[in-house]
Design a binder for this molecule. Sequence first.
Ligand code: EPU
Length: 414
Amino acid sequence: MKIKIKCPSIIKGEIEISGSKNACLPIIAASLLSKEEITLYNVPLITDVISMIRILDDLGVSVNYNYVESKLVIRANRIKKDLDSCFVSKLRASYYLISPLIHRKNNFATLYPGGCNFGKRPIDFHLKLYKQMGLDITEKEKIYFKKRKLRPINYTFSTVTVGGTINAILSTVLIKGKTTLSNIAIEPEVIDVIHFLQSMGAKIQFIDKRSIVIEGVKELHKTTYSIMPDRIEAGSYMFLAMAKPNSQIKINKVNVSHLENVIEVINKLGGEITIINDSMEIKSPENIKNINISTGPYPYFPTDLQPILSTVLLNGNDTSKINETIYPSRNSHIKELSKMKASIEMNQGLITINPSPLISGMVQANDLRCGFAMIVAGVISGKQIIINQAEYIFRGYDDIMGKLCKIGIKCKKE
Ligand code: EPU
């Protein structure tokens, strides 16, 4: 699918942020830990969520999505054995379904998870954890799991991992005894998953900033839960506002405390932010200042906003540098920006961005965040651009066309 973006001379308007993709996907998977009915609100209408729903459907789980109310009702009183739906290998987050299956089945198989491709994305920590808690694992064309007696674990992550932390929590909440996990990820999405599990009766407690103790419970019960706002979606629009001088947008339904790292960067760029409860007004300056910054695990600047910030910095008044520490090969936007005559390069994770006027043209959304970065690039160019493979953008940005239109950016499917 192609989309055509045409930009006005100024960005102005008001939008609402949807529920978080990266919190919603593991929470949907975690719903299968209970046989009772789970009701979720603020579920975004994005294709990654639709793919997850299709996997649940293929597993024989009852699932009902009312997208008008952003409400998803799940009841997993029965569940089929294997994760062999074709959507499993399209979605990174499909690996969160392994954890409930461990509790519901004695042996099962799964296809390998998919997801955006920015270099190696191993799942070795996940498998190591499962082995420690009592599973035999065989990796062939699929991954085969065989359950022995499950036991609690004491595990310290050598690298901070969002998915590893969430899977460790999901797989141990029902194991009798005390599990201790250290050096865990504390991204707001991880905390949202913990709050959701606690609302189902899970016993999870922080013992220091990056360590938790999980006291296994016998079963988890029904709950109604509202997914946190998507901080990466909010950050994406905050940076989009910075792509045109003297623009002003209002972003509603955000959790401001999750966005401190982004607010700090916007201020350094010369932008102005006014916060009123769960709304934010962003005003862009006449000239963007250059910055030097590193991505890192929360509370540091998120890797998911790196491609978008890199693009905004093409408008900077001098050379900027971003050190990408999470995915040193997350560079799919750089090739595309070069097609628009951007002076930007990445060397062993270090991105150097020189101020560059961009020309219009045809680019490609190589993955989700690269796709949004191309929208920003189109806005900077001030002309019209065509983005190929735009389906990637729909994987994670709810109502992208409607929201762009609300802030004055014309967007048409070709
Ligand atoms: N890692 C390993 N082994 C593992 C797991 C991770 O070496 O078993 C490494 C990764 O290669 C990476 C680092 O640990 O260098 C951190 O990766 P992490 O596990 O935190 O990433 P993830 O859980 O696979 C989630 C988000 C990503 C986001 C990263 C980092 C979801 C579904 N995905 O991925 O989101 O970039 O955390 O914050 O939650 C996106 O939304 O565009 C996106 C890619």
